[in-house]
Design a protein around this ligand. Structure first.
Ligand code: ADP
Length: 871
């Protein structure tokens, strides 16, 4: 997309106009209105032809031929949606004067700028997702303001992050941001961090003053930083929207640390809202707990999963509501039936405030409001106090309902300019016109019968067309039957003659006048109703929030009952005690009853669990299970277990599975280290850390060294609840030295030479890895597995080669336990390894390094340095 300033000299006046306008919108497609088409030129045309799969043509001749392509204006929406979905922006440039009156080139202006974060219309926005536009502001003290708006609902919020830009990035990803607004002066290194995600459209805005008329939006904001952060967002909106922003709601401040924090890797790894592989909702935690029946409930449950609570009182409050709904099956069912009839109140409120609502949508609002009394009645006996809060603005809602019931018909058209919207009896004058029009039409209908009778012509017809209005038509064969002077001749067709009478024209004038006035008056009345509805936007929004909450929580009750979840218990003993826990997603995809339930105990003396067991045994399922139970509990849902006693966690960190971040060009091992670094630098003793097979991505020795160093660091310094799965059986020896670490393993048994995974987690270490059996299961060629078996036997019979035997030796001499491979052998190779010193150095280096700000190459050098330390 280019500005093409230098081209101006040789071009026609219209192209000059195009280039001038285009120069102001270099980062957007310019849809340039030419008659019935939006045309694009130059690079815009080439790119659009490719992205939209439309034909690239040209304008002009020979060398000066300009690449061009276009889309018909009446079907432009579909093309716009396609480009928006791909993250592009589109400036719509219209003719702003009547071409017949124009002197020279018709005046044209950009009337709106459509961007992924600011679209409001149907096709481009997803029902159960927020459409966020986010502005990021960097302050001199290295704190970061993050302001977001969802134009479809008018919701605005702002928060502040102290000194860690990665948290900003996680926030952007977590909240489902579509577009990020930054200052043109944002440093290159920070800009790269946003760009490398390749999922946000980036826009520039350098102004941040709050313009007159918008002060009220900032009434909740105390600090100038927050106001400035929001200011940038607002300035961008004003510049792009070119229309009223009345529907924005006062900005809410949300502290960035008032939620259970999970970075974006963790969320992705845990498959909270989408599956890792397919990036679909199916297979995620959201798919299990989202039983909502309204679109706004769908959005709310997703945002709850993105931000679980950390305040016990708030969690308990949600759980109490879930319990009430769970214990009253019939009430809940009736309630949910009622909720199904409630439309998307939040987005309707947005459209009302925006002034773009039509009569059909107002009727949707009416139907939704009609459900409210029943919803309230269902909730009242179970949740008296909560009901008062949920429906505190009942009176306003009733007034609005009265207005809509009185004024609008039940099934109005989508168009607001063609009448047919207003109910009989709402407005006297309108009714009079309607009667006039109706009576006139009745008279005309009767005329046909009357004239047929009087003239004896059975085929005589009364018709209407736009040019001549009403007429009487007689076929040529019958014209001679008409008495002279009965009608006035108006038009001759091949087979018929058309006539009029003064009386017919008189009635016609009446009808047309009435209809003209009727549609104009209907439109005016409709606009009046739409304006009146604006007064209730805040009430509708509050109601929308209550309904979404009821929807989500009654949905939690439903799944808790259906899937036999239990209410989590929170204690301040800082212990986890889960009996018969299950993985909420896995248990739904395997055969009923086949999920093996597992207990989990983490308390003093066993705050870190080191999990060993064969591949495919269920280690990572066991770890994820805990994280998901924690998330479910902290969003206020029951959990898949028989008993679940939990502390409240402040953060969850995971390093699970091989989530190669190909998009950002990072290797698996690099991602592994980045995620681990994040955990090691951010976790507190109230956090949960899950590390799966750390160190696997590098060679055995340094992998094991890293793994042990990490375990020791968490154990001694962080003291967070941690589960660590590993295939380095040598590490199980750590149980002897680390007082808070316990070995557990997932059991497997051999039956008739075949391995059976029991998926049962028990204390103690696993005795072997069963890798070859898994290879057999995967049907690797028999030759390969047979040879592997042979090799394994050889290895097992050679003590010095057998890592297991090293561990056993070490176990009997705990003071040397920290050596996890054969020190003597290494010494023979000339690489003596003094562990304590070196580990300390590794730990220090690891903890000091800001890995997230390193390039992959720097990271490799860093690891190389670590490796040198070990050698
Ligand atoms: P690991 O991490 O030990 O390699 P996973 O946790 O990936 O193993 O589990 C492998 C498979 O075993 C899973 O895909 C799941 O289908 C099954 N599985 C895991 N845990 C259980 C369980 N408790 N009950 C039944 N099946 C399970």
């Amino acid at each position: 997309m280019d500005g093409g300033g230098k081209r101006m000299a040789q071009v026609t006046p219209m192209m000059k106009q195009y280039l001038e306008i285009k120069a102001q919108y270099t980062d957007a497609f310019l849809f340039f209105r030419l008659g019935d088409f939006y045309e694009m030129f130059y690079e815009d045309a080439k790119l659009a032809a490719q992205e939209l799969e439309i034909t690239l043509t040209g304008r002009g001749q020979g060398e000066e031929r300009i690449p061009m392509c276009g889309v018909p204006y009446h079907s432009a929406d579909a093309y716009v949606s396609k480009l928006i979905e791909k993250g592009y922006k589109i400036a719509i440039c219209e003719q702003v004067e009547d071409p017949r009156q124009a002197k020279g080139v018709v005046k044209r202006e950009v009337v709106k700028l459509l961007t992924p974060g600011t679209v409001m219309d149907g096709q481009m926005i997803k029902e159960k997702e927020h459409n966020y536009l986010v502005a990021v502001t960097v302050f001199a003290d290295r704190s970061y303001g993050v302001a977001r708006a969802d134009l479809t609902t008018g919701e605005c919020a702002v928060t502040l992050f102290e000194d860690d830009f990665d948290e900003v990035i996680h926030e952007l990803i977590n909240s489902g941001t579509k577009e990020v607004v930054i200052a043109s002066t944002l440093s290159e290194s920070l800009k790269v961090k946003i760009e490398e995600r390749k999922q946000f459209t980036i826009s520039i805005e350098d102004e941040y003053d709050i313009l007159d008329g918008y002060d009220h939006l900032c009434e909740n904001l105390q600090s100038h930083k927050l106001i400035q952060a929001f200011g940038r967002l607002l300035q961008y909106l004003i510049r792009t929207q070119k229309r009223s922003l009345e529907h924005l709601q006062p900005v809410i401040y949300y502290p960035s640390n008032s939620y259970l924090k999970m970075d974006s890797h963790t969320k992705r790894n845990l498959e909270l809202t989408e599956s890792l592989r397919e990036k679909k909702k199916a297979g995620s935690l959201l798919a299990v707990v989202d039983k909502t029946v309204t679109a706004m409930g769908g959005r709310l449950v997703k945002s709850w999963i993105d931000r679980p609570l950390i305040d016990l009182k708030e969690i308990e409050e949600r759980l109490q509501i879930v319990t009430a709904f769970k214990d009253h099956y019939f009430v809940r069912e009736e309630l949910r039936d009622e909720l199904r009839h409630v439309y998307d109140l939040e987005r309707l409120a947005g459209r009302i405030a925006y002034g773009s609502v039509n009569a059909r949508e107002l009727v949707q609002l009416k139907r939704s409001l009609q459900c409210i009394p029943a919803i309230k009645e269902h909730c009242k006996p179970l949740l008296k106090e909560k009901v008062d809060a949920w429906f505190h603005n009942e009176e306003e809602v009733e007034q609005l309902l009265d207005l809509l019931e009185e004024s609008l018909v039940d099934d109005p058209p989508i168009s607001v300019t063609e009448g047919g919207m207003i109910r009989q009896g709402y407005h006297d004058e309108l009714d009079t016109y309607r009667d006039a029009s109706r009576n006139g039409k009745q008279w005309i209908a009767e005329l046909e019968q009357k004239e047929r009778k009087e003239t004896g012509i059975k085929t005589l017809k009364v018709g209407y067309n736009r040019v001549f209005g009403y007429y009487i038509e007689v076929t040529r064969a019958n014209v001679h039957l008409l008495e002279e002077g009965r009608y006035e001749r108006k038009q001759t067709l091949t087979n018929a003659e058309r006539f009029i009478t003064p009386e017919l024209k008189e009635k016609e004038a009446l009808i047309l006048e009435a209809e003209d006035k009727l549609t104009q008056l209907e439109y005016d009345l409709f606009v009046g109703i739409r304006e009146a509805a604006k007064e209730y936007v805040t009430a509708i929004q509050a109601l929308a929030h209550s309904i979404s909450e009821i929807d989500v929580l009654s949905g939690f009750a439903e799944i808790s009952e259906d899937a036999q979840y239990v209410k989590p218990q929170f204690s301040n003993k800082n212990e986890i005690a889960i009996q018969s826990g299950r993985h909420p997603v896995v248990e739904t995809v395997i055969k009923k009853g086949e999920y093996v339930q597992n207990d989990l105990l983490m308390e003093k003396g066993r705050e870190m669990l080191l999990i060993t067991g064969p591949n495919m045994a269920g280690k990572s399922t066991y770890m994820r299970q805990l994280a998901l139970i924690v998330v479910m509990a902290q969003i206020g849902c029951y959990v898949p277990a028989d008993v679940a006693e939990l502390p409240i966690f402040d953060q969850i960190f995971t390093r699970i599975g091989a989530a190669d971040d190909l998009a950002s060009g990072q290797s698996t091992f690099m991602v592994e280290m980045l995620e681990t670094k994040y955990a090691l630098t951010k976790a507190t003793e109230n956090s949960l850390i899950l590390l799966d097979e750390i160190g696997r991505g590098t060679s055995t020795y340094d992998g094991m060294a890293l793994a042990q160093a990490i375990i020791e660091f968490i154990h001694d310094t962080i003291r967070a609840k941690t589960m660590f799965s590993t295939h380095y059986h040598e590490l199980t020896a750590l149980e002897g030295t680390l007082e808070n670490l316990k070995n557990v393993h997932v059991s497997a048994i051999e039956e008739d030479g075949k391995v059976v995974f029991l998926h049962k987690v028990v204390d103690g270490q696993a005795d072997r890895s069963y890798g070859i059996y898994v290879a057999e299961l995967a049907e690797l060629p028999a030759e390969v597995t047979r040879r592997a078996d042979e090799l394994l036997k050889q290895l097992e019979s050679t003590p010095s080669l057998n890592p297991g035997s090293v561990v056993k030796e070490n176990q009997s001499q705990p003071e040397q336990l920290s050596l996890f491979f054969d020190e003597q052998k290494e010494a023979e190779r000339g690489k003596p390894y003094k562990r304590n010193d070196k580990t300390d150095k590794i730990m220090k280096k690891l903890s000091e390094k800001d890995v997230l700000h390193m390039t992959p190459i720097e990271a490799l050098h860093f690891i190389n340095d670590l490796q040198k330390l070990i050698k």
